[in-house]
Design a protein around this ligand. Structure first.
Ligand code: URA
Length: 215
């Protein structure tokens, strides 16, 4: 039986698959809603489907997807445990940048996915995801690898995996940033364990105001 969140996510996926809200639907083979469990603690958000994704109906299954899968694996994460999606759910023609009106038309789908999944961490892949999720936060070259809190959510902007395919130096940067992500996740796990501890059990070793208040 599906959980309430899985049900809700399936409904969002069905709406995306039938969506005609912007011109991108005319050129698509199929829309690409996202993959992964509704219970995922980590969500990754890219730009939009490419040619392979459009054909297969899944995000990040082309060359950039191979990089993403390898990077996740490098810090002990399995791709199938992560919810992966994009800012726009239909392929922009010729892989051009999505236009503002297209991002806007798709906006409520991404909002709904985040609301349902309630991820502990959102990996923000590249400048389009950054502009959509963290407007005004700065450029990707300034803030990649940092943990940014907005509202009750933790975001980590990263270079887009496709950029590393064309720039070997960026691959190294991405690998280093992923190690930081591992550290943030471990920190979040420790915080969660402390919160779950019964009253009177081991007290945190750092003062309350220095702790993460997110998890
Ligand atoms: N594949 C995706 O699904 N998204 C991207 O941003 C790039 C490749």
């Amino acid at each position: 039986m599906l959980s309430g969140a899985e049900d809700a996510l399936s409904v969002v996926h069905a709406h995306i698959l039938a969506c005609t809200a912007c011109a991108l639907h005319r050129g698509r083979t199929q829309a690409v809603p996202g993959t992964g469990p509704a219970s995922a603690r980590i969500m990754a958000v890219g730009e939009g489907p490419g040619e392979t994704e459009d054909r297969l109906g899944q995000p990040f299954v082309g060359a950039a997807g191979n990089v993403l899968t390898r990077l996740l694996g490098s810090i002990g994460l399995r791709r199938e445990d992560i919810y992966i999606t994009n800012v726009v759910k239909c392929r922009p023609p010729g892989n051009r940048d999505p236009e503002p009106a297209e991002v806007e038309a798709c906006s409520h789908y991404l909002d709904a996915q985040i609301e349902i999944i309630q991820p502990a961490v959102i990996l923000v892949l590249g400048r389009h995801a950054l502009a959509r999720l963290l407007p005004g936060a700065g450029g990707i070259s300034q803030i990649h690898g940092r943990r940014l809190v907005r509202g009750d959510r933790l975001f980590v902007p990263l270079y887009h995996p496709a950029a590393a395919l064309y720039n070997g130096g960026l691959m190294r940067t991405l690998e280093e940033d992923m190690l930081r992500v591992r550290g943030y996740l471990d920190e979040a796990d420790r915080e969660r364990a402390l919160r779950a501890a019964p009253t009177g059990a081991a007290e945190p070793s750092t003062p309350a105001h220095d702790q993460l208040s997110l998890f």
